[in-house]
Design a protein around this ligand. Structure first.
Ligand code: FAD
Ligand code: NA7
Length: 456
């Protein structure tokens, strides 16, 4: 009997796992029996945009947290697949910070070419998984979200690739129940147009607060206040944007901050991050971690320590994305097929601990990028995933962070060089601050919009 592999989720991580098996098949390996379960009607995970918030059209929780006008927040050269380059997909240089639809097109193009769609059961949510220690088999219960029909499957290996930026972390604040304006979490944010002329309060000080805040600025918000718990982001913000310490309470439309100041707001957006949530797994199989670069209990960040038939992809906080998921998927594949022999439980525990120790010693953001560069390198060296210059990618991350410090509204106008093809990105036809059409067609074909310099 051939190996039976279940994959939960057909976002970039699940797509990477399918591609990993297909790449081995193309070199003559046996293809396992694979079923990939995807609760949405298409692949792409977060990149599969939907206007739905809360509950989607099938009565499931809406998965994607992405919004209109989301442009890549890191250089595309940092996430390029080494076995499917941007040049191969687009046939010409494109700029370094494409909008969502362009990256969706890129990741779709690779798996369409690999003919792996046939392994995916769309509109199928995984409801529960049991593991039988004696037979070493998983029994998975799924449900067709359109018809309600439920089915069970048995697998030898299980890959969890359901992402961890979908279940919002929602803190409470005194008085917020009577705040008269809109209160939402970043997960439910779909566009900033309606905030034109409004005074916005964003709680949180990471990627979502920064980007949604600057989206709101781009769309004409009157003011943006970013409220931090630990530390301000400290960018050179436009003059209508300020950072304040944490909100302590609300009184009507007034927010009070821990430095004794207060202000009135029209809307509050909680950019307070996400929870790891695996409602189909019992607690002894589920990652339980804050959003960090190395969640514990996963050997090489992939293999569940107490059950080595269980694999997680993309469970980390992410500098690297698509190519890291590849590195993980190639590694998981080789462990599943026995090409990589796992060390003893004690040796795995020591390896996990060494990564946790290194994580605890990370001094700054540059150090975070270095940490994940080392992590991806460690995985790639173990498999036949095509190698690429990871140190050069690490340098790109640092350049990108420096550009953000220099010009938070202008860093997406920079062009970077591919470390894989050597191709220099095009300077985009429209500055990000002026780009009001985020479609694939507009991105690829122009014509140029207003090229005025933005005002800070
Ligand atoms: P996801 O993309 O979340 O995909 C998980 C899939 O699992 C989904 O398709 C979901 O429907 C499915 N699923 C979940 N539960 C079940 C179930 N029970 N049964 C069946 N299917 C299920 N990365 C970048 O590289 N650049 C960016 O600019 C960038 N911007 C981002 C902006 C936002 C707002 C967010 C939230 C993330 C961003 N990311 C970005 C990171 C992003 O998470 C990764 O790029 C990538 O989407 C992660 O892939 P994944 O497959 O691990 O998870
Ligand atoms: P992150 O990067 O996990 O950041 C979460 C932020 O929320 C972070 O600044 C936290 O503050 C803050 N937070 C969490 N809980 C609270 C409470 N209770 N009060 C105040 N602030 C809080 O999530 P993002 O959404 O920004 O980014 C996730 C992904 O989406 C990322 O990959 C992006 O590309 C898009 P802290 O600094 O811990 O004090």
């Amino acid at each position: 009997m051939s190996l039976r592999v279940g994959i939960i989720g057909a976002g970039p991580s699940g797509m990477a796992q399918l591609r990993a098996f297909e790449a081995a098949r193309a070199k003559g390996a046996d293809m396992p029996e694979i079923v990939c379960f995807e609760k949405q009607s298409d692949w792409g995970g977060q990149w599969n945009y939907t206007w739905h918030t809360g509950i989607d059209g099938s009565g499931e929780s809406a998965h994607s947290s992405m919004y209109r006008h989301l442009w890549s927040n890191g250089p595309k050269e940092c996430l390029e697949f080494s076995d499917y380059t941007f040049d191969e997909h687009f046939g010409r240089p494109i700029s370094s910070f494409p909008p969502r639809a362009v990256l969706f097109d890129y990741i779709s193009g690779r798996v369409e070419k690999s003919d792996v769609r046939k392994y995916i059961q769309f509109n199928t949510a995984v409801r529960w998984v049991n593991y039988d220690e004696s037979t070493e088999e998983f029994t998975l219960f799924s449900q067709d979200v359109k018809t309600g029909e439920s089915t069970s499957y048995v697998f030898d290996k299980l890959v969890v690739s359901t992402g961890h930026f979908s279940t919002p972390n929602i803190p409470e604040f005194e008085g917020i129940n009577t705040f008269p304006g809109e209160v939402l979490h970043a997960h439910d944010f779909r566009g900033a147009e309606r905030f034109a002329g409004k005074h916005l309060l964003m709680i949180g000080s990471s990627y979502s607060a920064e980007d949604i805040g600057m989206q709101a600025h781009k769309m004409g918000a009157a003011s943006i206040t970013l409220s931090y718990r630990s530390a301000p982001m400290g960018f050179d913000w436009p003059s209508s944007t300020v950072e304040r310490p944490l909100v302590t309470s609300f009184e009507g439309s007034t927010a009070h901050f821990s430095d004794g100041t207060s202000d009135d707001f029209d809307a509050v957006i909680m950019c307070t991050g996400y929870l790891h949530k695996y409602p189909f797994l019992s607690s002894e199989l589920a990652v339980n971690s804050p959003n960090v670069l190395y969640p514990g209990n996963l050997y090489k960040g992939v293999v569940w320590q107490q059950n080595t038939n269980l694999f997680y992809l993309g469970a980390q906080d992410q500098y690297y994305t698509f190519n890291m998921f590849d590195a993980q998927a190639w590694f998981a594949r080789d462990v599943m097929t026995g090409k990589i022999a796992l060390p003893s439980e004690a040796e795995r525990a020591a390896d996990i601990q060494s990564w946790l120790d290194a994580q605890a010693a990370i001094p700054d953001h540059d150090g975070e990028a270095d940490f994940q560069t080392d992590y991806v390198r460690n995985l790639i060296q173990a498999t036949d995933y095509p190698e690429f210059d990871l140190d050069a990618v690490g340098t790109l991350f640092k350049d990108w962070m420096r550009h953000k410090s220099e010009d938070i509204l202008g860093y997406r106008d920079k062009a970077h060089r591919s470390v894989i093809t050597g191709t220099m990105a095009e300077t985009h036809h429209t500055r990000w601050i002026n780009a009001m059409d985020d479609s694939l067609e507009r991105f690829l074909n122009g014509p140029s919009q207003n090229m005025n310099t933005h005002a800070m």
